[in-house]
Design a binder for this molecule. Structure first.
Ligand SMILES: [Zn+2]
Length: 246
């Protein structure tokens, strides 16, 4: 991953001093990162996208440490996200739901089961994107709808463009309605392409991640910047840059 903090097509807003005040509080850093991402509408549309982090916290029932995922809940916007807009869920319970999954035609019944996975009782209602974050093993995960990435994700030869642009470091999952099954597709894509830095969702958007809130933020900006550069480099050169899907 190249470390650069100078971007032309996206706003780099990370403030080291502010982040240092939040150091050690992964949920506060998640909220901080989310607000920065949501502040630049080129990164995601209003109300679109979601972010998450995975931490280890004591289970109130047993006192034992257990993995917990904090993820943006249903509704609201990343730019103004607060702790009350997050849902916190037991990660192992979310994974255990795979044993209850009966297949694509029944995936909507999984949404109700998310409620049985809630860890923090003040959680916002979990969104249908919850399994998309849960089934990726990374500590911090961003899912956005960036204009530049969607332009490529919705192009007829989008998958090939992503391959050419990122040299196999980004995966590709074809369009599928968000839900439990798409989470499984992301998990499969990562298993088949270990070491990737993100996944394009055909006609939809982008998943990127990192070990820390900052690494995830930077990875997200770098991928979107590269997409925007590609569009800029190719505008007007060879007729239409992209041809949309039928
Ligand atoms: Zn989305």
């Amino acid at each position: 991953m190249t470390e650069t903090t100078s971007f032309k097509h996206v706003s780099y807003l990370w403030d080291d001093a502010k982040a240092a005040e939040l150091a050690g509080d992964e949920v506060a850093l998640l909220i901080y990162r989310s607000n920065l991402l949501g502040a630049d509408l080129r990164l995601t549309n209003y109300g679109g996208g979601n972010t998450s982090c995975k931490v280890t916290s004591p289970d109130p029932l047993t006192g034992q440490d257990t993995p917990v995922m904090w993820v943006k809940g249903s509704g609201g916007d990343l730019g103004t996200l607060k702790k009350s807009g997050l849902a916190a869920l037991y990660l192992d319970r979310l994974h255990a739901l795979k044993n209850r999954y009966r297949g694509l035609e029944f995936e909507d019944e999984m949404v109700n089961l998310f409620n049985y996975c809630i860890y923090d009782l003040d959680s916002k209602a979990p969104s249908i994107d919850t399994p998309l974050h849960a089934f990726l093993p990374f500590k911090h995960v961003d899912h956005l709808h960036p204009d530049a990435a969607i332009a490529i994700a919705a192009a007829k030869d989008g998958e090939q463009i992503v391959k050419d642009l990122f040299g196999g470091t980004l995966g590709w999952v074809p369009w599928q309605r968000p839900g439990f099954d798409l989470g499984l597709q992301l998990e499969r894509c990562l298993a088949e392409n270990p070491g990737i830095r993100g996944i394009f969702l055909g006609s939809h958007g982008l998943f990127t991640w990192g070990d820390t809130a900052y690494e995830s933020y930077l990875n997200t900006l770098e991928v979107i910047e590269r997409c925007a550069e590609y569009l800029e480099e190719n505008y007007g050169k060879k007729g239409p840059v992209l041809v949309g899907k039928k």
